[in-house]
Write a protein that binds this ligand. Sequence first.
Ligand code: SF4
Length: 486
Amino acid sequence: MIYDSREDRFNEECGVVGVYGRPEAANLAYLGLYSLQHRGQEGAGIASSDGTSVVQHRGLGLVADVFDEDVIRALGGDMAIGHNRYSTSGQTMLRNTQPFVVEYALGPLAVAHNGNFVNTELLRANLEAHGSIFQSTVDTEVLIHLIASYNRSTLLERTIDALKVVEGAYSVLFMSDREMIAARDPNGFRPLVIGRFEGGGYVVASETCALDLMEAEYVREVEPGELIHFRDGSMKSIRPFEKRERHACIFEHIYFARPDSMVFGTHVYSNRKEFGRQLAREAPVEADIVIPVPDSGVPAALGYAEVSGIPFEMGLIRNHYVGRTFIEPQDSIRHFGVKVKLNPQREVLEGKRVVVVDDSIVRGTTSRKIVRTIRAAGAREVHFRVSAPPTTGPCYYGVNTPTHGELVANNHTLEEIRQYILADSLAYLSEAGMYSFLGGEDPGFCDACFTGRYPLGAAETAAGGQMRLFQSGDKKPGPRLRVVKE
Ligand code: SF4
């Protein structure tokens, strides 16, 4: 029997990286994708250009499995975009893996997208009615068809027109054979940062941890609604959209982003530690040790321990080499699914009153197994603390989430959840506490999965987007697209 070890969590969206004006651009993009592996493990791809043609390689699996030296060498040129995929729309299959590379009226075009459009069903239906044929089930392809359909003479103009039609969350990279465009949606849901290489060249990436590995200097965020156009060796900022309220995804700070990254202008590690400090102020408890659910719960547990004065210990040790699936033994072993990932340390836990800190409870099933595992290792009491408010709604903006009905906090009281996860006590960080150091009353974050306040409306109701379709009269150049290997 195959046990699906996918964690009981919201899952990261995708990671994007673009390198411009730098030799070995594909190799640098590969390093960037490596750093952004946590944002998607289902597939990866890189497209590169040497100024005359676009080549690409993509595959299913982890970055290290998808690329080897020969493949990277074949991805020549000084410009490249890359993508790590975690499916948020469309299924897991090679043809859904990005970057998408197409040939259209102006030449080759590669696109890598992190996020989710909320009005693609209507757009897709309209495009199909006008003759478009889709090759994948991913919403990003809608954007490509829109760009191809406009009768404009430059990629930049077509991109702006297309982005004015789509609604939703996006940090997206476009690359032709000669230029690269980075764009962030007007609400700024998903992160995107710009870096600069010493000696020339730029990088754009989902998180700053990608810049660190490439030894690029952090310049700034791409602002919500901003396009950055890289062409002829320079970088130009364009702001074609009306200014909107910022709704940066708060979950980036709670769980998605790597703790060593800076997103939306602040450091993830510091913020997570502060969530833990605030949680200790709001929900103290008498205990002997504070332990995290590793890895993501570590900074918050450190903060909780610091304020509470209770010693921090690693009571659960994570196995970092567990794949997505493994073969479960015929003889049923209790809690096997959790234990293969998180092994309890009896030496640390036995006889102790334990505070266990995690960043979220989604369905509750994993939390229940963790509490059971800690008790089975001899803990006297288990007090569960969550460094975020209760997760009550799904995400429609590029995050893989369960449905309303599957979210335990959506239809259960705090006491019912405590009983279900078998904890002696349970507390969540309050919404006010979460924002107490992140901007106060108007922090500019999307927190819809906690509050139900969906900035664009839920996907079911967000069918907006005016279609403006044109048939391109441009003469189509000869094919300049080459697939390295698939
Ligand atoms: S709904 Fe939640 S996960 Fe989705 S963008 Fe908003 S805060 Fe982030």
